[in-house]
Design a binder for this molecule. Sequence first.
Ligand SMILES: [Fe+2]
Length: 302
Amino acid sequence: MRAIDHNTITDATIDQMATTPNPRLKQIMESLVKHLHNWGREIDITPEEWLEGIKFLTAVGHKSDQYRQEFILLSDTLGFSSLVNTLYDRRANEKGTQTSLLGPFYRQDSPKMELGASIVTKPSKGMEVVIYGRVLDAAGKGIPNASVEIWQPDETGNYDLQLHDPSEMDLRGHFHCNAEGKYWMRTVAPLGYMIPMDGPVGDMIRAQKRHGFRPAHIHFLIGAPGYRELATALYLSGDEHIDSDTVFGSAGSLVVDVNHKDPNSPIPNLPAIHFDFQIVKAAAAESGRVGADPSQIVKAGA
Ligand SMILES: [Fe+2]
């Protein structure tokens, strides 16, 4: 029997897992053990610290349910979701719009809406705006009937899930482009917000003296048959946290202006946000979602 010490424990663990038939699972777990053990050795972890970590992850799980996903928030605030996004973009064969976080507030089955409709269903004091543009392929050609899902916080920086009964959806909509790949819809300009701070991730953010804010943004999930799914967001220029997003989602190529006089807008009397999304061909169906409707995660784990 081999002696187990602080170094040999790593190979002993990997040797025992060598029977894993799935090669990708084997690779993932071997690498995880290597990095986890190296991290423990590097910081010379103590039993008290190990237990703190177990308590923290337990609290993250307890805080998660069908409407709240604390693990996604943890991944987001550790920069890991953004890393997964950039790796996803890097694997594409063509260049399209940059991916951004799906975040913890995405919900499937948002209401189907006609082009030009407003996604605002509750009384709002926000500044009404039109968002319009096209969904293009990598060559710049419009994609007819492309699917455009939109969701966002309101003018106070809150999502519907944070304000209303979860059965009532607000500021969400599912549109389909016209024959030229054009989309347009009405909404209100969102405010930036502090990520949910009432859980263990909030405790972590406070312990690190981070501000916890996200710049104002509007989420999109764009797709069409034969194309890679695009999960992204548009960030409003001028927000004070645009360069210090707590979850590392904002990027220069996704920053948009609110134009108060846009002659090209399909609804010219409203301030306008214009953005053309580009999606790229996919060899096989591949999800671009770093995140999920929390209820689907609970279902899958049940
Ligand atoms: Fe968000």
